[in-house]
Each structure stands twice: as C-alpha cells, then as structure tokens.
Design a protein around this ligand. Structure first.
Ligand SMILES: [Fe+2]
Length: 227
C-alpha cells in the first residue's frame, strides 16, 4: 500500500542525492505554512509572478530564460508534490467525491506536463517561446482556479476536524518538493506509485543539470549565483 507517509519516508531516504541547501529552504518554507492550502496557494502566486516576468519582458532574453527556468523548476516540483501529498488526501478524506476530484486533477496535470515538456526545452530566443508559455498558462490557470475555489476549501474543511493535520501536510508537501524531479517527465504517468518510482530515477539527473541552468539571482532556486 502506498501512503503519504511511505512516500515522505522514501524521499527522505533519497536525500543523499540532493542539495541539502535547497531541501532545507523548501522545508523551512513549508514549516512556516500553517495549512496545506496556504502552501499550495503560495506556489500558485509564485508561478504567476514567474509567468509575468517572462511575458512582460519581450526582447530581454536573459531575463526570460532565467524566469522561464524558474517557472519550470517550480511547476514541475509543485505538480508532483500535489500528486503525492494532496490528491491522496482528497481520496482519503473526501471519499468518492475526492476520488473524482483527484482523477480530474491528475488528468489536468497530464495536459500541463506535456506542454511544460515542450516549453522547458526552448530558449527565449525561440520565436515561439512566449507563445508556448501562454499556451500552457491557459489550462494551468483554469486548474489553479478550480483548486483554489473548489478543491482546497473542501479538503481544508475536512482537515480542520483533525488537529494539526493540515499543517503536517504542508510540511510533507515541502519535503516532497525538495526531492522530486525539477523538470517535466509526462511519460512517467499520472498516478503516484508509478510516477514516484520513475520520477525518483529522473530527479537526481534534473537536480545536477539545474546547476548548469540560469535562474533569477534574487529568488530561491537551485543555482541563484549562475551568471
Ligand atoms: Fe496547484
């Protein structure tokens, strides 16, 4: 049986492959969040910010590349984090309704991951760079709206009946994001057990490759000092 606890434990055991600095930053951020909804919504706002930096800076390719990489890094980790921590909680706490919500959300993630896979391999100098990001942002922003307006409030209402559960999930979400792939791997599948096994194989390669990518200098990222 695959549980959130099992995933968190397995991810912690894999920590030797990953940057302790990034892991500790992600976890510290999650610990400061008092609910899982806050942690998820914080990510959504950051994604919007990175999207705007790319779209609103035409011609500044260095800036667009940095924020495009930051967007990919954040969205890849956020998506798998939700699949491993949040969607199982839908199923656990909300019964049949939760299963349907999780299934719908996984399908929406699969669409976004395919679009992200194309975007992450592009450079800002590519004439379709911004178009591809906008193409991705359409379904992603719809998905974010549904999560914030429907899914998370429904889950949070249930979680409030179990003391500390929402905060504990926020911490698990932070742990998970520290150790999952930082690039999109849609062929890994939509369901957590398969995605986890395949994703963990890809994660160390993603983490090392990030050291050679450019990221915004003032943001928490894998390699903020890269020129
Ligand atoms: Fe989300």
């Amino acid at each position: 049986m695959f549980s959130v606890c099992t995933v968190s434990l397995q991810l912690r055991q894999c920590s030797k492959y990953f940057s302790p600095l990034i892991a500790s930053r992600s976890i510290q951020q999650a610990v400061r969040m008092s609910t899982i909804s806050e942690a998820i919504i914080k990510d959504h706002r950051e994604l919007k910010e990175y999207y705007n930096e790319v779209v609103n800076n035409p011609g500044n390719h260095d800036h667009q590349d940095r924020y495009g990489n930051q967007f990919t890094w954040e969205l890849a980790r956020h998506s798998v984090g939700e699949e491993l921590v949040v969607y199982p909680a839908f199923e656990k706490y909300l019964g049949e309704k939760g299963k349907a919500m999780a299934e719908e959300d996984r399908k929406e993630h699969a669409v976004v991951k395919e679009l992200l896979k194309t975007f992450q391999n592009m450079k800002a100098s590519d004439p379709d760079y911004v178009n591809q990001l906008q193409k991705l942002w359409g379904p992603l922003s719809e998905h974010i709206k549904e999560e914030e307006e429907r899914d998370l409030p429904t889950l949070e209402e249930k979680l409030q009946t179990v003391e500390g559960e929402s905060a504990s999930m926020a911490t698990s979400f932070g742990w998970t994001k520290a150790f999952v792939p930082t690039r999109s791997h849609p062929s890994a599948g939509e369901h957590p057990p398969f995605e986890t096994a395949m994703g963990l194989l890809a994660a160390p390669i993603d983490h090392v490759a990030d050291l050679f990518r450019k990221f915004p200098k003032k943001k928490v990222s894998p390699n903020p000092s890269t020129e």
